[in-house]
Design a protein around this ligand. Structure first.
Ligand SMILES: Nc1ncnc2c1ncn2[C@@H]1O[C@H](COP(=O)(O)OP(=O)(O)OP(=O)(O)O)[C@@H](O)[C@H]1O
Ligand SMILES: [Mg+2]
Length: 236
């Protein structure tokens, strides 16, 4: 498949001599939520790091709107419209919520506080905490801040790595709903998510990864109907 907003075509990525991604091909079309699921160590984060140019693919191509961006430096990839919400969130503990959010548009060379105001519509809780320092936020609020900071850049596509990890069930629920709204309002999402219910609730299409390869590709319904795949690769 070569059509799509974001396309990975036979991507191979190594850490040193370890051959981690062994030919990943996937596509995300404009407007979709596409979810990658798979066990620990499957290569999900490495896939996102490859897209961001942090782990540089040794073979294969990454295309954004048909343009080859493989090997571009990370800041250039960010500026071309891909935002990344890393697994470990990386909000700055000594900066306020507002200043953390400002970093989102500084990174893309544009914007202003109107963009910050925009993301508060999704995260009213952050508006209440605008002057708090990052370190005083709860885990859930930090995750919201990490997503909000990515949105401030008005990305064409947002890569989100395990946003619900470690959150209480009620927060998982509300974050799932917020991500659905963000997508409905026009942001394309590539989501890595271990919680199967969250993954299936949000995704238009799903990829199951294992050992650096795509083992399954289909709709959430296709996956629900396939207990074999669920058992082999997800331990369900
Ligand atoms: N910096 C690194 N150097 C060497 N090997 C690494 C590095 N980061 C990850 N790996 C290895 O690469 C493989 C894929 O890791 P990756 O983090 O992409 O998996 P993942 O699917 O995101 O797992 P998890 O669900 O635990 O986050 C694993 O075997 C991991 O041990
Ligand atoms: Mg990971």
């Amino acid at each position: 498949m070569t059509d799509g907003l974001l396309v990975l075509d036979d991507v191979h990525t190594y850490y040193g001599e370890a051959h981690i991604l062994q030919g990943i091909s996937l596509a995300v079309r404009q407007g979709e939520v596409v979810t990658i699921i798979g066990r620990n160590g499957a290569g999900k984060t490495t896939t996102l790091r490859s897209i961001m140019g942090i782990a540089r693919p040794r073979r294969g191509r990454i295309l954004l709107r048909g343009q080859d961006v493989t090997g571009f430096p990370t800041h250039r990839i960010a500026r071309s419209g891909i935002a990344w919400v890393p697994e470990e969130r990386r909000i700055l503990p000594n900066l306020t919520v507002l200043d953390n959010l400002r970093l989102g548009w500084l990174a893309t060379n544009g914007g202003g506080d109107d963009r910050v105001e925009e993301v508060f519509e999704y995260f009213p809780r952050l508006r209440e905490r605008i002057a708090q320092r990052g370190r005083h936020l709860s885990g859930g609020e930090q995750q919201m801040l990490a997503i909000a900071r990515a949105l401030v850049a008005r990305p064409s596509i947002m890569l989100v790595d395990e946003p619900t990890e470690g959150l209480a069930p009620m927060l998982v629920q509300s974050l799932t709903e917020i991500l659905a709204v963000i997508n409905r309002r026009g942001t394309t999402v590539l989501l890595v998510e271990q919680a199967l219910e969250v993954a299936l609730a949000l995704a238009h299409r799903v990829y199951v990864m294992d050992q650096g390869r795509v083992q399954f590709e289909g709709t959430p319904d296709d996956l629900r109907r396939d207990p074999g795949i669920q058992q082999r690769f997800l331990g369900v």
